[in-house]
Design a protein around this ligand. Sequence first.
Ligand SMILES: Cc1cc2nc3c(=O)[nH]c(=O)nc-3n(C[C@H](O)[C@H](O)[C@H](O)COP(=O)(O)OP(=O)(O)OC[C@H]3O[C@@H](n4cnc5c(N)ncnc54)[C@H](O)[C@@H]3O)c2cc1C
Length: 521
Amino acid sequence: METPINTDVAIVGAGPTGLSLACQFIRYGVDFVIVEKNEGVTPYSKALGVHARTLEIYEQLGLAQEAVAQGAIAGKVRLLEGGEVRGEVDLTNVGQGLSSYPYMLVLEQNKNEQLLYGYLQSHGKGVLWHTELESFSHREAGVTAHFKNATGASQIIEAKYLVGCDGPRSPVRRALGLSFEGSTFERLFYVADVQIDWKFNHDALHVCLARNSVVAFFPMKGEHRYRIVGAFPEGMEKEENEVLYEEIERRIKEEAELALDISHVNWFSVYKVHTRHVDRFSVGRCFLAGDAAHIHTPAGGQGMNTGIQDAYNLAWKMGLVLKGDADGRILDTYNEERLPNAKRLLGTTDRMFNLAAGTDWLFGLIRTTVFPPLAKYILSFDVVRERFFPLISQIGITYRASSLSDHSGDGEFEVKAGDRLPYFLVDGKSIYDKLHEPKFHLLTFSDGLSDYQAMGSEIESEYAHLVDHHVIPLYPHVAEVFGRNKPFNVLLRPDNYIGFISQKTSSSWLRVYLNEVIGHS
Ligand SMILES: Cc1cc2nc3c(=O)[nH]c(=O)nc-3n(C[C@H](O)[C@H](O)[C@H](O)COP(=O)(O)OP(=O)(O)OC[C@H]3O[C@@H](n4cnc5c(N)ncnc54)[C@H](O)[C@@H]3O)c2cc1C
């Protein structure tokens, strides 16, 4: 038996969600232990897409530049039907004006995990690898968790909170007795990392529309290298582990109706697609995040990104509670904000997925008959920028209905409490450059006439550890973003979501928000 460990938070699972939570805890000065049953980060590429919102989170960790340097910006999407190109869109700068990262980055999951793990190590922290959760009990004051390590020895961790970031089969979720309702698609799906010789350039995601489903070819680093994703027809009698690679290749060739030569298979996997979520993200002092709480179809590449955002949402709230800057009720807003998001996400990814792989005759008809002539419109730059980018990149997620969103001052504004702070430039630099500190941010948009000095001094003397203050000229382009050309203040939560908008020049409203909404005393 190893000496018991005492900590504030025990994190179970060091996938992208657990590692992200650990990195955020470092920012917020929270003591934690992270435990993983495997011996290191995943060696598999798994998730490929890293979205704008995730890169904004990486930016606060100082990891965005490195992620972008290691990855590749998704370029064109080319739509193929009957062996011919039916439409093409260039996504390189598709979210221009919406984020510092106006694109999707292709960076494999193992590289994301390495980056996050590197951050932990550079801050003197590590992961207890090869250590598996066996059981835990929780009570009003804390959690006791029992693990078995690589040598077979038992390890006890006493913590104030436990967070299960332990993936789709989540032992934590099961032990808490939480339901995981949803469904499983009948069809088997495949994914293969291969080399392809064909007539198309290696500069685009190729999407082949077929009556049976869609086959997608994602360009990867390396000459002619692609990730292929597709589905077997319904009614296939085999289980996931009984399918040979040859069957996958035959299927790809039949579905894609293209002359293509596949070689050098690096990795392939056959899997069932599930779409499920818990009905609550926490019980007492135990929380769930990432795939442990929700799994969905691969459409839109949302899984890894959503887990990272769950962690981001939970970390600052736990950080405040553990430091005594908020009362425990703020932790209820984790469920309040992330459960509706998970439900919405399942709905959207199911719809996208049905269009891509639905077996219904209607979906087949849409894919092969309705969609191709409309492809040029649907793939037009403006439609993709305005409709799809905010959705897929996750910058469009809002928490307007959350109890942390105080709407009493936002009536006249385009932007509301609960929205992510819109991206804009201040003197040629992203506003997000000012928002790296793990604190609330008070942004005063000033016309240069009103006096904010008294308010600034009050904040400095009373809340310096909790809030930083930035006075920003109310430039016309900023007034346009907010729909208001008179001075105002915006209080951002540490995750850069708007908590409150006020037109007052004193700090009384800030005190009310922090005391009554956050529970700061
Ligand atoms: C082929 C494929 C392609 C995908 N493509 C995308 C994509 O393009 N974009 C995207 O966003 N998502 C994608 N996903 C989904 C993505 O991989 C998952 O959503 C992501 O891994 C979830 O991260 P997580 O940390 O929540 O869970 P996991 O990655 O499953 O990590 C959970 C960890 O917990 C550990 N664990 C479990 N039980 C215990 C225990 N008892 N004790 C200790 N440790 C334990 C596990 O070993 C594991 O390391 C893809 C998935 C697959 C399989």
